[in-house]
Design a protein around this ligand. Structure first.
Ligand code: ADQ
Length: 445
């Protein structure tokens, strides 16, 4: 990303995990600069070669906001909203994917390893395979891969599966994603399945499960810092020193179930199971995809609910819901995690959900309770959370009360379980495991 001092690695777990690896191996990062219309020559940052691929303002609208975020995103998240299927958007998606594949084909050394990420680039592997049969190609999908019954709504479904099969290894967050993709390849392309491999068109592609994680050591280090401890105490004081601080941290996305959480909180206050003088909710919502209509609707709905709850239950100077529609520095987020006695993560569907893992990593004090939707990928691993079906309002209300009233001994024992689990699966380990499987896959192909 561009900063006042020039180019710098973007913040975020993925960059943090992959950047050191690329620096060590001397690899190249092919990506978009973040500004439409940018046409920048390749350059180097901290020993990593960066190869920018330009995307125009019109393509941003059709390829990114349109096909990626208004067709694929809702469809891949249980069709929570109606997808827009528009052939102009699809054409732009094809064009940008081809441009990425062409750029990679130009820079990749003979026989090298290429790792392509996420739903915006599902067509790139196929084109790259045609251009460069010598390469070892892996792909990782950060979001769920939907069940075949939903996926087949997509007019261009065959092409997506066919082009993904240009890979040597296709990785998913959860076993369900891998199973759904394999079923789609069988049903749509008549592909054969041999163990964890899909055979099609004379090629063999392996399918694997690689639950992503976070940089645990980094979060722990920030959490342990003096500045964070001070900030955490300050946050508690500013909130009026309530008995229990409940916390939600999400991109403001309709998949994240922020509205469900607010509704459950309001009902608990209404029924007197929570007390506005003792319990507060802090909801941090990161601005995201603001040009897409579904996101504008979601924001309006959430902000209305926050207003209603505060109007009904707050006291002068002491709101019961503290809502920020802001992107915060990571340090501030970690201080908030530490301040949160109960973290509520209630997506309808989520590939993984790193917030749940960050919260657990930040609780170096060994206390705190995580309420977690069964529909987040993280639920497979974080079994010491209070797991809940967020579609069931009574169950969600009960889960929140259980977390708020949980005995200290149980809280500590569950948090120890959560922390043990995330320490076993750091993001560097995730990347290393994917790349080593990719390497071994290519050997047997
Ligand atoms: P996301 O849908 O973005 O990721 P998530 O995994 O929770 O969801 O990651 C959000 C990240 O943004 C976290 O690292 C968090 O710290 C950060 N963040 C959230 N709110 C913030 C704020 N207000 N200010 C600054 N930072 C904030 C997609 C998939 C997930 C999958 C990840 C990684 O949808 O399911 O876990 O990719 O594969």
């Amino acid at each position: 990303m561009r900063t006042d001092d020039g180019w710098a690695p973007s913040p975020g777990g993925l960059v943090r995990a992959l950047y050191p690896m690329l620096r060590e191996s001397g690899g190249t990062w092919v990506g978009w600069t973040g500004d439409s219309g940018d046409d920048v020559d390749p350059f180097e940052v901290e020993g990593v070669d960066l190869h920018p691929v330009p995307i125009s303002a019109e393509e941003m609208e059709l390829y990114y906001e349109g096909f990626s975020n208004d067709a694929l995103w809702p469809l891949y998240h249980d069709a929570l909203r109606e997808s827009t299927f528009d052939s102009d958007q699809w054409d732009a998606y094809c064009r940008v994917n081809d441009r990425f594949a062409d750029a990679i084909a130009q820079v990749a050394p003979e026989g090298s390893v290429v790792w392509i990420h996420d739903y915006q680039l599902q067509l790139a592997p196929g084109r790259l395979r045609e251009l460069r049969p010598d390469l070892v190609i892996g792909f990782f999908l950060h979001i769920p891969f939907p069940p075949v019954e939903l996926f087949t709504r997509l007019p261009w479904r065959d092409e997506i599966v066919r082009r993904l099969l240009g890979c040597d290894l296709v990785g998913f967050q959860r076993p369900m994603g891998a199973a759904n993709f394999t079923a789609a390849a069988q049903q749509l392309l008549g592909a054969e399945v041999d163990g964890d491999a899909i055979l099609h068109d004379g090629r063999r592609s392996r399918v694997g499960v690689f639950p992503i994680s976070i940089d645990v050591a980094e979060v722990e280090e920030i959490a342990a810092g003096r500045a964070t401890r001070q900030r955490t105490s300050q946050i508690r004081a500013r909130l009026g020193d309530p008995e229990v601080i409940m916390l939600g941290v999400d991109r403001l996305d309709y998949t994240k179930g922020i509205g469900l959480r607010l509704r459950a909180f309001a009902q608990l206050l209404e029924d007197g199971r929570l007390d506005p003088t003792r319990h507060v909710l802090v909801q941090i919502a990161t601005p995201t995809r603001e040009a897409v209509e579904h996101y504008q609707d979601e924001r309006a709905q959430i902000e209305r609910m926050v207003g209603e709850i505060n109007g009904r239950f707050s006291r002068i100077g002491l709101p019961v819901v503290h809502y920020l529609y802001q992107t915060l520095p990571y340090d501030e987020l970690v201080a908030l995690y530490r301040a949160g006695d109960v973290m509520i993560v209630t997506p309808f569907r989520d590939g993984m959900n790193l917030v749940a893992k960050e919260y657990s990593a930040a609780h170096i004090d060994g206390d705190g309770v995580l309420v977690l939707s069964e529909f987040a990928g993280a639920a497979d691993e974080l079994t010491d959370a209070v797991l809940v079906n967020p579609h069931d309002d009574h169950a969600l209300q009960d889960a929140i009360v259980e977390a708020v009233e949980m005995h200290r001994h149980e809280r500590r024992s569950r948090m120890a379980g959560l922390r043990d689990q995330i320490r076993k699966s750091d993001v560097r380990g995730w990347a290393a495991r994917f790349l080593s499987e990719l390497d071994s896959t290519a050997d047997v192909a």
